[in-house]
Design a protein around this ligand. Structure first.
Ligand SMILES: NC(=O)c1ccc[n+]([C@@H]2O[C@H](COP(=O)([O-])OP(=O)(O)OC[C@H]3O[C@@H](n4cnc5c(N)ncnc54)[C@H](OP(=O)(O)O)[C@@H]3O)[C@@H](O)[C@H]2O)c1
Length: 180
């Protein structure tokens, strides 16, 4: 009898997408301390139609933001946490397994600070908007060990008057782990 050939399905690519100030601040007292319409457009466009992984805090803050086709997957330790049109999971492994079972090619991590920190070690790609500000805050993007990452794209946007700081959207791919 022929032995069945099992082809391992690749896990979805794990991609972090975030905006942080030059000193790594993501938020202060639950609010994002800048107003950047071009970054909002970029975030909306890149996350449209995708599976999104969010911490429970960020998910609750983004209530009403999700569009049809986006699937929120919420990390929480609460049992029976309900996610309308999405899923609650207890860890990253469960989130990846769920996305894989639904043939999602990518899982985009949308924050917040705790979830970026928990997922960065396993990420394949980071899309980081660096906001040209030094601000105080209480939620930070984790420090990236730059030897592990290759900058493959960068788009710079000038400031738009006093209200809109300059920003740079940078895309990093993880270097071959064996080479680091
Ligand atoms: N600048 C940006 O790009 C950006 C993006 C997103 C969010 N933010 C900001 O980030 C802030 C929120 O970040 P945060 O760090 O306070 O909260 P968060 O990461 O959004 O959510 C934290 C919650 O997620 C769950 N969680 C986190 N890690 C987990 C793990 N390993 N296993 C299971 N559950 C886990 C826990 O939920 P339970 O308590 O339910 O167990 C935890 O309380 C907000 O101010 C938001 O505005 C900024």
């Amino acid at each position: 009898m022929d032995k069945a050939i099992e082809i391992a399905k690749p896990l979805p690519r794990l991609i972090l997408i975030a905006a942080a100030s030059r000193n790594g601040v993501l938020a202060a007292a639950g609010k994002i301390p800048w107003h950047l319409p071009a970054d909002v457009s970029h975030f909306r466009a890149r996350t449209a139609g995708h599976w999104l992984l969010l911490g429970r805090t960020t998910f609750e803050q983004m209530s009403g933001w999700f569009r049809p086709g986006q699937v929120p997957v919420v990390l929480t330790r609460q049992k029976d946490y309900a996610v309308p049109d999405g899923w609650a999971v207890v860890d990253l492994e469960a989130a990846l397994a769920l996305a894989e079972a639904h043939q999602a090619g990518e899982l985009l991590v949308c924050g917040g600070g705790k979830v970026y920190a928990a997922t960065l070690p396993f990420a394949d790609e980071v899309i980081l908007t660096v906001v040209d500000l030094e601000v105080s805050g209480d939620t930070f993007f984790p420090v990236m060990q730059m030897a592990e990452w290759e900058l493959v794209e960068q788009e710079d946007f000038p400031a738009g008057g006093a209200e809109i700081p300059a920003m740079s959207i940078r895309r990093y791919l993880r270097r071959d782990r064996a080479a680091c």
